[in-house]
Design a protein around this ligand. Structure first.
Ligand code: TNX
Length: 864
């Protein structure tokens, strides 16, 4: 709820566009555990407002005052006593009630009082106070020229976090972000009550932390490009790219974080992901090279887990790291080690014999155990990715669950502390979903804002006992940065790497903050979306965050009328009807309008905010053209006719979907026909219909539809097992090419997931290879005639996870059906490429480039 003040003031926004309204804000993110909005006038912050605090509370008051001086330009002195002020008080007796990080906040026109048992509690109360002030409070410099009314609404808050671990991981290796960015990130994390920065400082693409005993790590390992040892990655053209943090800078950042109650956990990823280390100190590698590639596409990127030179290097690194970071945990990574790199090494074989180890996983466990000892001697503990999980490890070692929630529940059951960060719900390097979004990973599917928000780290609980659940310390989001870079990508353009990263983080990190902080029964996505309004985006802009401009939520078409649901009230949405991307000059959407014979498929809608455009909504989702009630379908098939005028208004591939919405019996579609002015123009029979019991889909190839034509869909439907089935009929135009195709593979299929399923243009079915692929062709798609395409992509593996992906492979196309060329390699299970204009595609094939010991799922190629 927004409290509009009696005298609202217009103020010019930072961005210099629309004037903003100064008002008190009661939309907090994260939502407090409990908040009452009281009757009564707000408190108004003035130049002479005093902060009152004593003892340790005074230090927090000083910090909060300095944060609030920045935007207000006010004096805001801190005193021992006084009235009509902002009072911070510590009361250790409140620990039972408020916990380690909780607080209460009372505000009325006479002042604000924040009470807590700890300094952290006072800090979070202070951040809530800032969140109650107008968005401009986030600015780093005084709001000049604006006559701001710095009001705090009258509220009563009692709040504490759901989880003690509220993390974000910065991947500073794949791209280097620098001290200023890390500080601003810490500011923004703290404002949202996140308290752990997991700092991924090393990986194949760059070493980012000065280690004084090993100077080559940063002289050599921190740089990649054509003029240095480490090569460019992913098509980059740098002569020399990179950077690193000196130890002085690390200390500065750790102190900056501590002032904001954030702990910094460094990650030195071992033994895999270490090309940068190996480029600097090759003697850390196995004595004999191995085979294969890592999941990220690199050869021989694991250090030797046994070689004395390697272990000496590791110990020197951990010595200095332990001294630099006061936090109790050091993260050792441990993910994605391809044991192929170790299998030829005689030293490792000898070690296995000596220690009676059965396999190379046990070697990794032994390596991890040794490091547990190294850090224990420094009074610290390890954290690692879920691959390190093994009962031989100390129960003090933390497990970060990333490949799903299962490994986290498993670890909690076995006695380990756990942080939940499954790719499917917390990977910020996945796409937001939508058209024109920046390049991203896709192995965990799209991580939409809603998906991220929907995560409950204790959700299905994996049947954990309360004691096991208590081991789940919290939740973390991850900003892997392989695809983060300045430049054009999708419809976006980023001036800097930092902007590109921010785009992926915000607003999704707001969802993480609420998942981590707010009690589960006090949050819904609907309410979160309501609070994520124009003001909240203004708050992000004022905090100097390059957030993602949200596209319209939905565009719907019903009986020829288009309705656009904007991302928030008052959003500036622009549309086109010729398939081009809307600009600020395109017509602005004001209210529902008639399609008037235009093609709904060519409609494009886009939000603009602060001069920036969002990604696109393409076409309109057609509202049901018909419904049927329980009892209307009979065991004998009958014919029904649905009016589709204004909805099916253009030629192309269309699908009519008949879906059960009530009852529990099956429905069956035998035949469906599209009629234009009463004349059948396309008919779907057996081969074009899929019947799944609770739904049936008919596919039509519809020729051009004349403007103003009357269109209907006639369907023959039955309820073979009983009449208790209600449902609805919707129409959807295909956004991709669906040519006639012959598919072939010499590999066996698992059950009915045959090769044909990868060429039926139905994304619910796939080809599941029931064998371990060997280098060579896995499958071929041959089109009846060549198609013109501008892009191609093909995914392998289950839709929302890593299971049965193709690990090493190429996607090839042929213009003549005989000669193939590679257009993309598979990483994390997917291959995608833009094709030059006028590319004709006659055939496609997927070629494995490596032997792998899992089966593979292949999906239908997507050609546009
Ligand atoms: C897996 S998460 C990785 C990272 C990649 C990321 C891409 C983890 C422990 N390893 O190296 O950057 O996926 O999504």
């Amino acid at each position: 709820m927004k409290l509009q003040l009696r005298q609202t003031l217009f103020t010019a926004a930072l961005i210099g566009l629309a004037p903003t309204l100064a008002h008190a804000d009661t939309n907090l993110i994260p939502q407090p555990a409990s908040m009452q909005i009281k009757q009564g006038a707000p408190f108004v912050l003035k130049n002479n407002t005093a902060f009152v605090a004593t003892g340790e509370a005074a230090a927090e008051a000083q910090f909060l005052a300095s944060q609030m001086r920045a935007a207000t330009g006010f004096k805001l002195s801190v005193k021992n006593s006084g009235k009509s002020a902002i009072t911070l008080q510590l009361n250790a007796n409140l620990k039972d009630k408020l916990g380690e990080e909780g607080y209460t906040l009372e505000s009325n026109q006479n002042g604000v009082t924040i009470t807590a048992a700890t300094r952290a509690g006072l800090f979070y109360g202070g951040q809530s106070l800032r969140a109650l002030l107008p968005p401009q409070i986030m600015r780093a410099a005084p709001v000049v020229g604006d006559r701001m009314n710095w009001t705090v609404p009258a509220v009563s808050i009692e709040d504490q976090p759901r989880f003690g671990w509220r993390g974000y991981m910065l991947d500073d290796s794949r791209h280097f972000f620098g001290v200023d960015y890390v500080k601003s990130l810490l500011d923004n994390m703290a404002a949202r009550k996140l308290n752990i920065l997991h700092w991924h400082l090393t990986d194949d693409e760059g070493w980012r932390i000065e280690i004084k005993a090993l100077p080559k790590l940063t002289e050599v390992g921190a740089w990649r490009g054509t003029d240095v040892t480490l090569p460019n990655v992913r098509g980059e053209k740098h002569a020399r790219y990179g950077g690193f943090y000196t130890q002085a800078q690390i200390r500065e950042i750790v102190a900056y974080a501590a002032a904001r109650h954030i702990d910094v956990m460094p990650e030195i990823d071992l033994p895999g992901h270490e090309l940068a280390l190996l480029a600097s100190y090759p003697e850390a590698g196995p004595t004999v090279k191995g085979d294969g590639v890592s999941a990220t596409g690199f050869h021989d990127n694991a250090i030797s887990p046994v070689r004395p030179e390697s272990l000496a290097i590791v110990d020197k690194i951990y010595d200095e790291v332990a001294a630099l970071f006061p936090f109790e945990y050091i993260h050792i990574g441990g993910d994605e080690v391809n044991y192929g790199f170790w299998k030829n090494d005689p030293q490792i074989k000898e070690f296995m014999e000596q220690e009676k180890l059965k396999n190379l996983h046990e070697v990794q466990v032994a390596f991890t155990k040794r490091l547990e000892g190294v850090v224990a001697r420094k009074g610290k503990k390890l954290f690692g990715w879920n691959e390190i999980l093994d009962d031989k490890l100390s129960k003090g070692t933390g497990i970060m669950s990333w490949t799903g929630t299962g490994p986290g529940y498993n670890a909690a059951r076995r006695g380990f502390p756990v942080v939940m960060s499954p790719g499917q719900y917390s990977y910020l390097d996945m796409g937001y979903g939508g058209n024109g979004e920046p390049e991203s990973h896709s192995w965990a599917g799209n991580v939409t804002l809603e998906r991220m928000y929907s995560f409950d780290p204790l959700g299905d609980g994996g049947n954990l006992t309360p004691a096991e659940k208590a081991r789940i310390m919290g939740v973390q989001a991850h900003g892997w940065s392989e695809f983060i870079r300045a430049g054009k990508t999708g419809l976006m353009e980023f001036k800097t790497d930092q902007e590109a990263l921010d785009y992926k983080l915000w607003p999704r990190l707001l969802a993480t903050s609420e998942v981590a902080w707010t009690p589960q029964d006090k949050r819904t996505f609907q309410d979160f979306s309501r609070r994520l309004d124009a003001d909240e985006y203004q708050r992000l802009a004022d905090a100097n965050v390059f957030f993602r401009v949200p596209p319209p939520n939905a565009v719907t078409l019903k009986a020829g009328v288009v309705t656009i649901d904007g991302p928030f009230a008052g959003a500036d949405v622009r549309t086109t009807f010729d398939g081009t991307t809307p600009t600020l000059a395109s017509p602005r959407y004001e209210k529902p309008f008639a399609l008037n014979g235009r093609d709904a498929g060519a409609l494009r809608a886009r939000t603009f905010l602060n001069g920036r455009g969002s990604s696109l909504q393409v076409g309109a989702r057609v509202e049901p053209i018909g419904t049927w009630k329980n009892g209307e379908l009979k065991s004998a098939a009958q014919e029904f006719t649905y009016d589709a005028t204004g909805n099916l208004a253009s030629g192309g591939i269309w699908r009519a979907s008949f879906r059960r919405t009530g009852g529990d019996k099956a429905l069956r579609l035998d035949k469906a026909t599209v009629l234009v002015n009463g004349v059948p123009v396309a008919t779907a029979t057996a081969g074009d219909i899929t019947n799944k019991g609770d739904r049936a889909v008919a596919r039509f190839d519809v020729p051009n539809v004349p403007a103003g034509a009357k269109v209907s869909v006639m369907a023959t439907l039955a309820a073979p097992d009983g009449e208790n089935v209600a449902g609805q009929v919707t129409l959807l135009k295909s956004e991709r090419l669906e040519p006639d195709v012959t598919v072939a593979s010499t590999y066996p299929a698992y059950q009915n997931n045959t090769i044909e399923a990868a060429g039926d243009w139905d994304d619910d079915t796939l080809f599941w290879i029931a064998d371990f692929p060997k280098p060579g062709v896995l499958a071929t798609w041959n089109f009846a005639s060549p198609v013109s395409a501008t892009s191609i992509s093909l995914s392998s593996g289950e839709r929302n996870g890593t299971k049965d992906q193709l690990l090493g492979g190429d996607l090839e196309i042929s213009e003549d059906g005989t000669n193939f060329r590679k257009v993309a390699g598979f990483t994390y299970g997917s291959a995608a490429a833009d094709l030059p204009a006028n590319t004709k595609v006659k055939a496609i094939r997927v070629v494995a480039t490596q032997t792998q010991s899992t089966w593979v799922m292949l999906r239908d190629p997507v050609l546009r």
